[in-house]
Design a protein around this ligand. Structure first.
Ligand SMILES: NC(=O)c1ccc[n+]([C@@H]2O[C@H](COP(=O)([O-])OP(=O)(O)OC[C@H]3O[C@@H](n4cnc5c(N)ncnc54)[C@H](O)[C@@H]3O)[C@@H](O)[C@H]2O)c1
Length: 358
């Protein structure tokens, strides 16, 4: 399969690298053959990383020349790129967030539903969160009571990000909550189901209009469990992006300070055990330096899952996660913003996309 990469910046380069290593190792029946970016030099640099890839003049030309399209532009440009790819009948991998606002996300989702697709909410693939979900569903530790998820990173308009659009609300749609913590909202949904109510406070301490850099969100679930999500963009540029999750169940505390392989610590009345997540058994074939195997696998695993599904099921393929999963996360984020605008009042989240003040 010929893969077309649209948007050749930070995450486009990460996907490009993961796809190249998968392809060279013979782990996928696909390779990047075309690239496009409004910044042509970036498209050319991305194409040069592949054996026979070409920088295309437009997204439509790219879509016509490939079998599947990877959309990695900044958030506000996802919709137009997805639209071009879908108009050409191409399956699409679309980065998260789908779009800056919930209404625009629904329009992107309507396009994506017409083709096999997958959304880049890759955190839900992390073995540590999958292990936590398996333990919760096993019921071995009683009902979940409360969760605390802290997510922090330096304000991502510097350092390895090398771009400034995350401080522009017209391109990003908001700050740390939609741009970064939509992953956290999605993981919490994978663990506890869709929340029933959402209440939030936000702040813009670095004064980029519409870009919250602190968000404190309380989510209530059908089971009665409550989660508290604190998401912060700070200026501690030495700190990588980190997360800490604690889940209290009736009979155990599960916690981790690593958002990929863990370990997941499980404390019960009998003591503490540690469960370390495993990489896919093919990860060692990626041909990357040892220290990069884990980070590359975070993107290679969902990419391979999508491409394998396309080879196996063709037009009937379903990516994981799909737009319904992504829209559920966007509804929560949108409810959080509306709660914050209403001074923190709880918002009832309604599964069909509507939501109202309590
Ligand atoms: N899933 C993840 O873990 C993850 C991680 C980082 C970023 N992202 C998401 O990926 C997207 C890109 O983020 P980034 O950090 O790579 O940004 P970036 O600024 O590094 O790259 C974006 C690229 O898109 C290009 N672009 C903009 N408009 C375009 C258009 N209409 N057509 C073609 N190219 C266009 C820009 O020139 C730039 O090269 C964002 O939506 C971001 O939220 C996801």
């Amino acid at each position: 399969m010929r893969v077309g990469l649209v948007g050749c910046g930070f995450i486009g380069t990460v996907h490009s690298y993961a796809l190249r290593q998968l392809s060279r190792a013979g782990l996928i029946d696909a390779a990047v053959t075309a690239t496009y970016d409004v910044d042509r030099a970036r498209a050319e640099a991305a194409a040069a990383a592949h054996d026979a890839a070409v920088a295309m003049p437009t997204v439509d030309a790219l879509a016509a020349a490939v079998d599947v399209v990877w959309v990695c532009t900044w958030t506000a440009a996802h919709g137009a790129a997805v639209h071009s790819a879908v108009a050409a009948g191409r399956p699409v991998f679309c980065e998260k967030p789908l779009a800056p606002s919930l209404a625009e996300c629904e329009a992107v989702a309507a396009d994506l539903r017409r083709v096999p697709h997958q959304v880049g909410l890759v955190l839900r693939y992390a073995p540590v969160f999958r292990a936590a979900g398996d333990l919760l569903r096993s019921g071995s530790y009683g009902a979940p009571l409360a969760a605390i998820l802290r997510d922090d990173q330096y304000f991502p308009i510097q350092g390895m990000y090398g771009s400034t659009w995350r401080a522009d609300v017209t391109k990003a749609g908001g700050g740390t909550l939609i741009e970064h913590s939509i992953h956290d909202v999605d993981v919490l949904t994978a663990l506890f189901g869709e929340p029933v109510t959402v209440a939030a406070r936000t702040a813009c301490r670095f004064r980029h209009a519409g870009i919250e850099d602190v968000a404190d969100v309380t989510l209530e679930y059908e089971s009665g469990a409550i989660a508290s999500l604190v998401s912060v963009w700070h200026q501690v540029t030495s700190r990588p992006s980190t997360r800490r999750l604690e889940i209290f169940c009736e009979d155990a505390l599960l916690w981790s300070e690593d958002d990929h392989l863990g370990p997941l610590h499980v404390e019960t009345g009998d003591g503490v055990e540690q469960l370390r997540g495993a990489l896919p058994d093919w990860a060692g074939q990626l041909g990357v330096p040892d220290e990069l195997t884990g980070p590359v696998a975070q993107y290679a695993q969902p990419a391979k899952a999508f491409l394998d599904a396309l080879v196996r099921d063709g037009a009937a393929a379903r990516g994981d996660p799909d737009v319904d999963v992504a829209l559920a996360a966007h509804r929560v984020v949108d409810s959080a913003y509306r709660s914050a605008a209403a001074g923190g009042a709880p918002i009832v989240v309604v599964a069909d996309g509507a939501s109202r003040s309590r």
